[in-house]
Write a protein that binds this ligand. Structure first.
Ligand code: ISE
Length: 340
């Protein structure tokens, strides 16, 4: 039985805890922590775990074999490094760090530890539709990928959270940066990014550009066109199409049953990512737990977190300058090559 300590009992932390306690065999939550002690204590009581007030104490605890980090984004780096230094396996929600430099520090710590200990929560790689799409591309059915077009639309920010334009890349678009590499092949990295702001929605407030359009180019010349919309107001809508030189492939749309009735054709669009990626979250945890038990971590790595963070940082720069920003990564250490 893998004993997991969870730092962060907000929406995502509670979602993972619910899955571990109810649908995933072979693991249980033994300790929880959150900056909001009242919520953490309640969650601890509900799931039969103990509350630990100090995150570093939770990381070192004898009854914690692996650490799950689902706390506030800017704390991810500090807790990941502390867990790695304690020799614990760690599952860190995205973003791995708010900055590429932070990701490099995590990679350094992990390489010093001598083996992969960390997995990043890029759960789309566990979604069946994305996996099918990748298989089609890998088989060569649509030929060489040339263009990827994706839309990432939220009904509204979860829990009424205040979103800034900078968070758009680190918090939401990082999923697109990662899943696109996963689809077209991880060795083909990004070389430039541009963020373009159309007229903003009337519903997003003055501090946010919404929607945002992002254009990326890869080393092999694939063009990626992304749209992020925080306040689309009609549902949680994730779409992706890959154009190849022999054909195109896309995620199923709609993902739900189509009903034709009363002179109309309609289907449901779910309101949040928890519903859309419900199965993916479960598969992600199941595979992570199995890989920890086998002492062979194969899921999204700190290198993958670093690439996503580099692109996010280029988008931030492009938002300020309006121009195309070159993306230059360090060389991928051999340590991380095995992953793709
Ligand atoms: C959220 O944090 C997620 O991770 C969701 O998958 C994403 O769609 C949403 O935009 C983010 O805010």
């Amino acid at each position: 039985m893998l004993r997991i300590g969870v730092i962060g009992t907000g929406g995502m932390g509670r979602h993972h805890i619910g899955n571990i306690q109810s649908v995933i065999p072979g693991a249980r939550v033994t300790a929880v922590n959150d900056a909001n002690e009242a919520i953490a204590k309640q969650v601890a009581a509900d799931c039969g775990a103990r509350f630990i007030a100090e995150p570093r104490q939770l990381i070192r605890a004898d009854d914690v074999d692996a650490v799950m980090i689902a706390s506030w984004d800017p704390t991810h780096e500090e807790f990941s490094i502390a867990a790695i230094e304690a020799g614990k396996y760690v599952f860190c929600e995205k973003p791995l760090s708010d900055t590429p430099e932070g990701c490099l520090r995590i990679m350094e710590a992990e390489q010093k530890a001598g083996k992969r200990l960390l997995q990043v929560g890029f759960m789309r790689r566990y979604d069946q539709a994305y996996r099918e799409l990748r298989t089609v591309i890998e088989k060569g059915t649509i030929g060489r990928p040339l263009v990827v077009r994706a839309q990432h639309r939220n009904l509204a920010p979860a829990g009424g959270a205040t979103i800034t334009s900078d968070m758009s890349a680190t918090n939401a678009l990082v999923h697109e940066f990662d899943i696109t590499r996963y689809l077209i092949g991880g060795e083909d990295t990004y070389v430039s990014a541009q963020l373009v702001a159309p007229r903003s929605s009337r519903f997003c407030g003055d501090d946010l550009i919404d929607p945002q359009l992002v254009y990326l180019e890869t080393k092999q010349g694939v063009r990626v066109e992304l749209e992020l919309f925080w306040y689309c107001r009609y549902g949680y809508d994730i779409r992706c199409e890959v154009v190849g030189d022999l054909g195109t492939a896309s995620l199923p749309d709609p993902a739900h049953t189509v009903v034709r009735c009363d002179g109309q054709s309609a289907f449901q669009i779910v309101p949040t990512w928890q519903e859309r990626f419900d199965e993916a979250y479960i598969t992600e945890l199941r595979e992570w737990i199995a890989s920890v038990q086998a002492e062979n971590i194969t899921g999204p790595s700190a290198w993958d977190g670093y690439i996503a963070s580099l692109v996010a940082s280029a988008c931030r720069q492009s938002r300020l300058t309006g121009g195309i920003v070159p993306i230059r990564s360090v060389d991928c250490p051999d340590f991380y090559h095995v992953n793709f």
